[in-house]
Design a protein around this ligand. Structure first.
Ligand code: HEM
Length: 483
């Protein structure tokens, strides 16, 4: 057999462009699912000479990305992002190797289970502050939640409390990550396929990408430099609040300033949009499945007696709420196609050849919505994971949603804590209801077939909702002075 005929099966493509024209520009995971029913759970596509392998089952993902992690731990090179826009410090896009290991272990050190308690006071404070803000302007709930996701990360990373300074940095980070989303749209920039184009000077006609990259590079560099310098100044003046950057600067074992800046940038990048996606999904789930909301609220009330807001110390007494977080990870996968891996050598699997430098992606979305694993997958049901519930216990979605092998998400436990305290605080304070007033063409009333945005990180499209306070006394007790 010629090597090509031993590639995994996949849709036929055209000469040269391969399947580039068949892959839709958005929501590729639905097309990949459709193709996988025809070609199987290990599928081959090609685009402009690049091999693409799509894995659509847990077995295949584990067999390759975990059991053969010596082959599949690399990332494809994103020339536009890493070389031209300046994101070469972000481990998310880094090739596997010595530098990656050094940077990843610095990130892991800040996300170990043993240190997560350090962030709890900030997460608690921010969750309660958000309750106050939501109470004051419930109609702006989507904007408030979006801002809170970025702002909480800024507080944890740099110690900035509420105010203009922090808002400015959140704005900067949003702009920088938006540029990433645009540039991360594989296929948009030819330089990602023909890296040598990165040397084309800006004045050459057709090199608009160079000018664009230069503008975006400024955002990327400000994102890691400006807040970092700010913390350093505050430490010198003795006015800094506790923060990850502060801990790292004080810890003399840390290698270089660049590593500290990069670690903070990586955490922001990894944490802000993903937790925002989960937050939107949670709100939507509570509107669509009011029985789940009531069950979670009853559990919280049984512990707090409705006299106080919940706290991290209540976590072990709230198992249903813990399962609710897991169900959010499953119900709307925040990273529906994971982050692409790349093979660093030729491999054989199930009799097929996986070429060297093939881009390997897992269809996380299709696994987490597979009815053979999760019966009635569009139903939001934390009971899937509750010990002793009438439902049969189902696969823990963290095993899929956070990726595989040596590149698995290091933020999984952080994300759980972060979302848990927000969800239980909001559930204690408000009923989240289907809006009677806010619906319109732009914000249609949600149904089980709600739409999600497309991109590496995906989230439900905007929807209206009403937030009805459950206890005004509880909310009012959160006086501004305390926070
Ligand atoms: C809903 C929450 C989250 C989800 C669903 C999620 C999902 C993922 C996925 C699928 C990957 C790629 C794994 C792979 O390549 O196999 C990843 C990577 C990563 N995540 Fe997360 N993540 C979440 C939250 C966070 C948080 C809160 C942080 C940090 C504060 C974080 C930091 C990172 C980093 C640094 C990487 C890159 C790892 C590497 O390339 O080695 N993530 N995440």
């Amino acid at each position: 057999l010629r090597p090509r005929s031993r590639l995994p099966p996949g849709p036929p493509g055209l000469p040269l462009v391969g399947n580039a024209l068949d892959v839709p520009p958005s929501h590729q995971w639905t097309k990949y699912l459709q193709w996988s029913t025809e070609y199987g759970d290990v599928m081959h596509l090609s685009a402009l000479g690049r091999h693409l392998i799509i894995l659509s089952s847990l077995d295949a993902a584990r067999d390759l990305l975990e059991k053969r992690s010596n082959v599949y731990s690399d990332r494809p090179r994103f020339t536009m992002i890493s070389d031209l826009m300046g994101w070469d410090w972000a481990i998310q896009f880094m090739s596997y190797g010595a530098r990656f290991k050094q940077y990843r272990s610095s990130v892991m050190a800040q996300l170990r289970k043993q240190v997560l308690h350090r962030y709890h006071p900030i997460q608690l404070r921010e969750a309660r502050q958000l309750v106050l803000q939501l109470h004051r302007s419930p109609e702006n709930f989507l904007q408030l939640i979006k801002h809170a996701s970025g702002a909480t990360m800024m507080s944890i990373l740099y110690g900035f409390k509420e105010g203009q300074r922090r808002d400015g940095y959140v704005h900067l980070a949003e702009e920088a990550t938006e540029s990433l989303v645009i540039a991360g749209n594989v296929g948009k920039y030819l330089v990602d396929f023909i890296p040598i184009l990165k040397y084309v000077p800006e004045w050459v006609p057709g090199s608009g990408f160079q000018r664009q990259a230069r503008e975006w590079r400024k955002l990327c560099l400000s994102l890691i430099n400006s807040p970092f310098q700010d913390v350093k100044n505050s430490l010198t003046m003795g006015t800094a609040s506790p923060s990850i950057v502060g801990y790292m600067l004080e810890d003399q074992t840390m290698e270089t300033e660049h590593l500290i800046k990069a670690t903070a940038g990586v955490l922001y990048l990894g944490g802000a949009d993903t937790t925002l996606s989960a937050f939107y999904s949670f709100m939507l789930a509570m509107i669509l499945f009011p029985d789940v909301m009531r069950k979670a609220q009853e559990e919280i009330d049984s512990v707090t007696k409705g006299e106080r807001l919940p706290d991290f110390a209540d976590k072990s007494a709230l198992p249903y709420c813990n399962c609710l977080v897991l169900e959010v990870f499953r119900w709307v996968p925040a990273v529906p196609l994971g982050v692409p891996h790349q093979s660093n050598g030729i491999d054989q699997y199930r009799g097929y050849v996986i070429p060297k430098n093939a881009i390997v992606m897992v269809n996380v979305w299709s696994i987490l919505r597979d009815e053979r694993i999760y019966p009635d997958p569009s139903r939001f049901s934390p009971d899937r994971f509750m010990p002793g519930s009438s439902e049969e216990k189902q696969l823990d979605p963290r095993e899929v949603a956070f990726g595989f092998g040596r590149r698995t998400c290091p933020g999984v436990h952080f994300a759980e804590d972060h979302l848990w305290i927000i969800f239980v605080t909001i559930l204690a304070a408000f009923d989240i209801r289907r809006s009677k007033t806010g619906a319109g063409a732009e914000n249609p009333l949600p149904s089980r077939d709600f739409k999600v945005t497309s991109g590496m990180v995906s989230l439900p499209e905007p929807f209206p909702c009403d937030l009805v306070p459950r206890s005004l006394n509880l909310i009012k007790s959160l006086g501004q002075d305390d926070y």
